[in-house]
Ligand binder design. Structure first.
Ligand code: UTP
Length: 485
């Protein structure tokens, strides 16, 4: 009979010394009480953390509140106007279409967030978003990719970033739904990294339970690292992909593969092809969106960057041009194009390390001395996240393209009010109504001008008014109808 031997428990002397030297010994306080499986899991969790970097991280972001420096001699970033004045929109479209047709472009959605504001159980991508069909966000986006496949006769790979919190559920969802008609070989799900959550008062890592450190996904900026560590960049190279079309899971009307934007990004006369962005004019000075700015002088002169609304001084947010329009008007909608080479560079050159942003949150945890669970009533924890737009100032020449809010931006962030399922459905209907009217179809409207119906156009059918006009469309729209096309 073969004898089964249990491996001896690892010697923790070194690990204890390393933890002590960085002031984090408490994470092993309950180690002796855990069963061997839980012990190994905790050791693996600690092993994955860059312990030696913690003291400086904690000093910089947890014990102090970092102020983000504004760009030197801050000025609004220039942008390409939607109407195409001063640039050749047709040439950009043609260039983008050629790149799509030759398989140079991949779609990339970041879907690792916790979606806490919406309060939906499960990955946000599974949330029903279609105004009429109730199709989940992932399904709507899959339709957009199928549309590009039809239009450009090409397989468009779709990369989906999840987090440890929702990866398994996301994967099951895709399998249950037969990948929404996509070839599973063209859909690649991978997980982003996590960061330990810290005790705001002491800077120590919080314990979720006696055997587990509390963690949070490392922000959408973590995608730039995860694209590399997951092997996705290598997969892109293998497929001949050069451009990554980045968007967020919460915006079902995103133009996921926009040839005009792709062509502008790839225009060497205006762009270094590293990272480009779309903007919408801010609705008002107080709107809570990041704003595209640039430095008027200094080492970053002329470089584009996003300044968060909370970091933009009120006098700048409210500043107006002579015609009364907002001076800092270009609001970020978190739609970007990234060069594969640029993301590779970010991962291989230490000078391109992105900063962290601090968020104060209620983090359920246990008492590090007694192990008793605690449900904080006030913010007790600090989460550190990276933001994707912090890569912008690392680009030589980054372009910003204006778009129209109703055409491309209807995020589902909150359960009610602004940026909610209700506002998203309204915008889907308004956009579809505009497109139908532009194609000569009469749409019933209420006295206040809003459509008297609910409409949804699949991005497989059309992603712009022109595409709808060029293809099949409903002959008429009845008052009060719910119409999905
Ligand atoms: P949000 O900033 O809206 O955060 O993310 P959230 O986690 O989805 O929602 P709240 O703030 O908890 O309510 C914007 C986009 O970035 C992704 C989200 O999935 C969403 O597509 N994201 C965010 C990640 O992929 N990873 C993260 O760590 C954070």
């Amino acid at each position: 009979m073969p004898t089964v031997t249990t491996p001896p428990p690892p010697d923790l002397t070194d690990l204890r010394a390393r933890l002590k030297s960085v002031g984090q010994s408490h994470v092993l306080n309950f180690h002796d009480r855990l069963d061997p499986v839980a012990q190994r899991a905790l050791e693996a969790q600690i092993d994955a953390i860059d312990l030696e970097s913690l003291p400086s991280l904690i000093d910089r972001y947890v014990k102090t509140r970092p102020q983000f420096p504004l760009p030197e001699a801050i000025q609004p970033a220039p942008y390409f106007e939607r109407g195409g004045s001063g640039w050749d929109i047709g040439a950009a479209r043609k260039r983008g279409q050629d790149l799509l047709r030759s398989g140079r472009v991949a779609a990339f959605v970041v879907a690792g967030g916790q979606g806490s504001r919406l309060g939906y159980e499960g990955p946000k991508g599974c949330y029903p978003a279609g105004a009429v069909t109730g199709r989940p966000l992932f399904h709507v986006m899959a339709e957009a990719i199928l549309g590009a496949k039809d239009r450009y006769a090409v397989r468009v790979p779709w990369y989906i970033m999840t987090s440890p919190l929702n990866h398994a559920a996301t994967e099951s969802f895709f399998k249950e739904h037969g990948f929404f008609g996509l070839n599973p070989e063209d859909v690649r799900l991978f997980q982003q990294g996590v960061m330990p959550s810290f005790d705001a008062a002491t800077g120590r890592m919080l314990l979720a339970s006696p055997g587990e450190i509390a963690t949070n996904p490392d922000g959408h900026g973590g995608s730039l690292k995860a694209l590399h560590t997951s092997g996705s960049l290598a997969d892109m190279r293998r497929r001949g992909v050069e451009i990554i079309s980045y968007f967020q899971v919460d915006n079902p009307i995103v133009n996921a593969l926009d040839p005009v934007f792709i062509g502008l990004h790839a225009d060497k006369s205006v762009s270094s092809g590293e990272m480009s962005s779309k903007m919408v004019p801010k609705a008002n000075a107080a709107e809570k969106v990041g704003v595209f700015c640039s430095s008027g002088e200094g080492p970053r002169k002329g470089r584009v960057e996003v300044v968060e609304y909370s970091d933009l001084p009120a006098e700048l947010a409210q500043a107006t041009n002579t015609d009364g329009s907002l001076r800092f008007v270009a609001g970020s909608i978190a739609v970007h194009l990234l060069g594969v080479g640029f993301v590779e560079k970010l991962n291989t050159d230490a000078r391109f390390e992105l900063p962290y942003h601090r968020a104060d949150k209620k983090v359920p945890c246990c008492d590090p001395t007694t192990g008793e669970p605690q449900s904080p009533q006030a913010n007790n924890g600090v989460k550190l996240e990276r933001f994707v737009f912090d890569a912008l100032p690392l680009c030589e020449r980054s372009v910003v393209l204006e778009t129209d809010r109703t055409e491309e931006f209807a995020p589902i962030k909150n359960a009610t009010g602004a940026d909610s399922p209700e506002s998203c459905s309204r915008i889907q209907t308004e956009r579809a109504a505009r497109w139908l009217e532009a194609a000569g179809v009469k749409v019933p409207r209420k006295p206040d001008g809003s459509p008297d119906c609910v409409l949804e156009i699949s991005p497989r059918r059309a992603t712009t008014a022109e595409e709808l006009k060029a293809g099949e469309r409903p002959a008429s729209v009845e008052r009060g109808i719910r119409l999905a096309w």
